[in-house]
Design a protein around this ligand. Structure first.
Ligand code: MLT
Ligand code: ZN
Length: 463
């Protein structure tokens, strides 16, 4: 990609950056630039010209002010665990790493809230909160930072009960392109005060501002948790069961679907017994044993009525952790099973009633292309991934065609091009189709908040 739109990083720009954040927090070393050139996906890498590590919100604001005046692009970076190229500096310029802003600013235990800096990884946050009996619920798997999770509205396995990142944030401090620092939202759970700017920044992928502090909602760690694995003879029976479980009034804390090939692979690699048929993974949380047991009885009845061939429920914490560990390792395990190949990771979401139709469409599309793909999804909220291996140019083209067909079908079914991985540059080409004239409104908002277009250019909108 050319840089005709932007100014190059000059020696005097680097000196000014060093004045703002300290020379030890600025690097043009090729190794650092390479470490910040790609995310966890197979998307193309791009090198920034300089990496900076501010320590305070004021320093973030100063970097943005400087870059805005100089016309240099700035791309915020958490840990690079995204999957659509979201923090990849496609136009070069500055990578602004939040890694050194990784502290807890305040715990408001009586309000079930915590205020954190954006570079704090969520698993580290939860380790620190555990002694208080509290946790931050969104659980995308990879140890993403809070800032990255909010910027991309990350979700994961717990969304079906606790919501996505957007549902678990109350207030943000944001640095704008011109260097202003603003607060949006409040620590009140109920908020009805003016435009909802809080949720404008959530999911904006660093294109409207950089999150410098976040106040999050917390939940009490449940007294009792169970894990359930149910296997079915057909994919159709498994995914229809999802709709029934959701309709039963039970509140699963996780409700995941995994196809037969993937179940077999995870069982072999992780030493857990998921069988070799399409399976549902579920988790239930409760405060009392009797409530938990009643829920498990109901879910067993539903699964049996749908012809489940295996049903295993456990409250043993070690077994439960092993199961979820296997589920979270699904991508790495698939990568290891195809050492010579890369993966395209599909991510679509549809209304829950359309989930069986979405899965059937994917099966038919894979069959039509004679492709192996691993299906795994947060079925309880209609979100599905397909992991598609590819090796050469020809198989990349086929995977791209499958991705396109799946996204268009999801939109057709009333869903969305991305349930949780965001747009980055991987999904930008679908935005007009999904949003129509609403995309023009997004462009106007972008133009208002970032008139020089310096914030994470090349994302969300196709340039
Ligand atoms: C997941 O659900 O595991 C992630 O969103 C995607 C992945 O790593 O496959
Ligand atoms: Zn996922």
């Amino acid at each position: 990609m050319t840089n005709a739109l932007f100014s190059p990083v000059t020696a005097s720009f680097i000196t000014a950056l060093a004045n703002d954040v300290g020379a030890e927090n600025v690097s043009t070393a090729p190794a650092e630039r390479r470490l910040h050139a790609r995310d966890m996906s197979a998307h193309q890498e791009y090198l920034a010209e300089v990496v900076v590590w501010p320590h305070t919100a004021e320093q973030v604001a100063a970097v943005l002010r400087l870059a805005n005046e100089a016309g240099v692009p700035v791309t915020a970076w958490g840990v690079g665990s995204s999957l659509e190229g979201n923090p990849v500096p496609v136009h070069g310029g500055v990578v602004l790493s939040l890694a050194r802003m990784n502290g807890i600013t305040a715990v408001h235990a009586d309000d079930f809230q915590v205020t954190v800096q954006p570079g704090l990884p969520y698993k580290d946050l939860n380790r620190q909160l555990a002694p208080l009996g509290l946790f931050f619920a969104p659980d995308p798997g990879a140890n993403a930072t809070i800032g990255g999770m909010l910027a991309n509205n990350a979700a994961g396995i717990r969304t079906v009960k606790y919501g996505a990142s957007k549902d678990n944030v109350l207030r943000l401090q944001v640095a704008l392109a011109d260097g202003r620092l603003i607060q949006v939202g409040s620590r009140s759970v109920k908020q009805a005060s003016g435009y909802d700017l809080l949720h404008l920044f959530v999911g904006s992928e660093g294109t409207l501002g950089v999150i410098t502090e976040a106040t999050l909602k917390l939940w009490p760690i449940p007294e009792l948790m169970s894990a359930v694995v149910a296997s079915f003879e057909t994919v159709a029976a498994a995914v229809e069961t999802v709709v029934l479980v959701r309709g039963s009034g039970l509140e699963p804390a996780a409700l995941e679907f995994i196809d037969a090939t993937h179940a077999r692979l995870l069982s072999q690699a992780e030493g857990v017994d998921l069988g070799d048929q399409p399976a549902l993974f579920m988790e239930f949380h409760a405060a009392h044993q009797a409530t938990l047991q009643m829920g498990l009885d109901t879910v067993q009845e539903i699964c049996r009525s749908m012809g489940a061939v295996r049903f295993r429920a456990t409250t043993d914490p070690t077994e439960r952790r092993r199961l979820w560990h296997a589920r979270h390792a699904a991508y790495e395990i698939a990568l290891r099973a195809h050492p010579q190949q890369k993966f395209m990771i599909l991510d679509v979401a549809v209304p829950i009633s359309a989930f069986p139709a979405m899965v059937a469409h994917i099966e038919a599309t894979l069959d039509a292309h004679a492709l192996t793909g691993y299906m795994v999804g947060h079925a309880g909220d209609g979100n599905l991934h397909v992991l598609l291996p590819f090796g050469d140019e020809a198989s990349y083209r086929v995977a791209t065609a499958v991705n396109e067909a799946v996204v268009l079908q999801a939109i057709e079914l009333g869903g969305t091009a991305t349930g949780e991985h965001g747009v980055g540059f991987g999904k930008a080409r679908f935005m007009t189709r999904e949003h129509g004239p609403a995309l023009d409104v997004m462009r106007v908002i972008k133009q208002t908040l970032d008139p020089n277009g310096i914030l994470n250019p090349g994302k969300i909108f196709s340039l």
